[in-house]
Design a protein around this ligand. Structure first.
Ligand SMILES: NC(=O)C1=CN([C@@H]2O[C@H](COP(=O)(O)OP(=O)(O)OC[C@H]3O[C@@H](n4cnc5c(N)ncnc54)[C@H](OP(=O)(O)O)[C@@H]3O)[C@@H](O)[C@H]2O)C=CC1
Ligand SMILES: CC(=O)N[C@@H](CCC(=O)OP(=O)(O)O)C(=O)O
Length: 398
């Protein structure tokens, strides 16, 4: 943790311009005592920070992918986080500006392989790597680091379930035990005290945000929950894949993972936590010819005597005062274009034509609330900063 204000601590200040120095009026200074792996640096790493002048040094693993680039974009507006390490695999050795020309204006470190990264200059890590790979890499990181993992590797508490759905044994069960599932609005208090966050998947975020309060209020039946979800293609990552070519994706929609998508156990785990009993859902994801955005349309059966107004009121109460989760006015239909580039989730609930049934619609940007934005929201909480730091960007519309 670097700071200009450490009270009575006697420190050796060293000036080191960061990528923000060019744009900020007040130049940032780094505390010599917090650089390197001396015992004092370890102490600093574990303190919660509240001081507006402090800077957290961020390591970003998998920076050459879509979620990594999105974190860099969002952190350009973060008052306390400064990037010191960026890693890549095939693109190691390149500059971020050459891999992502939209970020060329930012003064960033070059991409390095994880094995060459110097974590003595890092306080907290965002891990944007493929699942499977992530477990092994996190196992090798310094134990004092706060980590937000965007992959699926620590989301399922039951490692047998992980093996079943991810077709590989879990390689870090000891770390799994300490991981906290980071659906921010639902688990805020646990997140504050966590060291390792399993950031939720994009589909599970858009689905659990409306369903968890309704289940907690006993307003919907746990049977017959049907989820029809649609994602933009950036959800599949930047790696080359024949199925994601323009010719395959444009001008059409297709479903995939029918009955077998690996987000099913994650969704069911969250809903079971809310209901304290087993929940099974029908979930079918679809790929849409758009870059970003996700819509989940959820068909539910209301509990006896419950009306759609009750569902509306429950969601209103649950998210009153929340900055990033918004229930629209009655009758208004959420649209992915109204969340693009932002950390918002917009939702609404409608009466079905079939008596006793309701239709819920929830939209997010898969790369922001569905990944990088929620990850920043979680790290803000873990370090004691305002939860919305760096997340003020309004949706890009039209
Ligand atoms: N895209 C989305 O909307 C969402 C993604 N996620 C999850 O977040 C994680 C990152 O996703 P995304 O950014 O889309 O993925 P990308 O495929 O776009 O990026 C993956 C990154 O990981 C690096 N990488 C790949 N293999 C290795 C390896 N063996 N060792 C070290 N680094 C490696 C890549 O480096 P290089 O480019 O050099 O090969 C790249 O930087 C994934 O687990 C994904 O499932 C979660 C929610 C939403
Ligand atoms: C469009 C698309 O392919 N989406 C991805 C989900 C993205 C995501 O949330 O992945 P993680 O669970 O790995 O974090 C998929 O269906 O596998």
């Amino acid at each position: 943790m670097s700071s200009t204000n450490l009270g009575s601590v006697n420190v050796d200040f060293r000036f080191r311009p960061t990528r923000y120095a060019k744009n900020s009026k007040a130049k940032r200074f780094w505390v010599g005592a917090s650089v390197g792996s001396s015992p004092s640096s370890l102490q600093f790493r574990n303190v919660k920070v509240h001081n507006s002048k402090e800077t957290v040094r961020i390591g970003l693993l998998g920076a050459s992918g879509y979620t990594g680039a999105e974190i860099v974009r969002l952190l350009a507006n973060h008052p306390h986080f400064s990037i010191t390490v960026l890693t890549a695999d095939r693109k190691a050795g390149k500059s971020m500006g050459s891999v992502f020309p939209h970020l060329i204006t930012q003064d960033l470190p070059n991409l390095v392989a994880v094995k060459d990264a110097d974590f003595s200059d890092v306080d907290a890590v965002f891990c944007c790597l493929p699942h499977g790979t992530t477990q092994e890499i996190i196992k090798g990181l310094p134990k004092e680091l706060k980590i937000v993992d965007l992959s699926a590797d620590f989301r399922l508490r039951n490692i047998d379930e992980y093996e079943k759905w991810y077709k590989q044994p879990h390689k870090a069960p000891e770390l799994q035990k300490e991981a906290v599932y980071g659906l921010t609005e639902i688990s805020r208090e646990e997140i504050r005290n966590a060291r390792l966050i399993a950031n939720p998947g994009c589909y599970p975020t858009s689905i659990q945000l409306p369903l968890v309060p309704l289940i907690k209020g006993n307003l919907i039946e746990l049977r017959n929950i049907i989820i029809d979800a649609k994602s933009g293609i950036s959800g599949a990552g930047r790696g080359a894949n024949e199925a994601n070519l323009y010719t395959e994706i444009s001008e059409g929609i297709h479903s995939y993972g029918i009955t077998s998508h690996r987000h099913v156990p994650e969704i069911e785990q969250g809903l079971a936590d809310a209901s304290h009993s087993k929940v099974t859902v029908s979930f079918t994801p679809h790929l849409m010819p758009m870059n970003r955005g996700m819509q989940s349309t959820i068909y539910v059966e209301m509990s006896p005597g419950v009306t759609v107004d009750d569902l509306y009121q429950q969601l209103k109460n649950a998210y009153e005062g929340e900055e990033f989760v918004k229930l629209l006015n009655k009758g208004d239909i959420p649209h992915t274009n109204h969340v693009k580039g932002s950390n918002y989730c917009l939702m609404n609930v409608f009466q079905d034509r079939i008596p006793g049934r309701a239709i819920i619609i929830s939209v997010i940007d898969n790369l922001v609330k569905g990944a990088s934005g929620q990850a920043i929201q979680n790290l803000n909480l873990m370090l004691g900063y305002p939860e919305n730091s760096g997340l003020h960007c309004l949706p890009l519309f039209p």
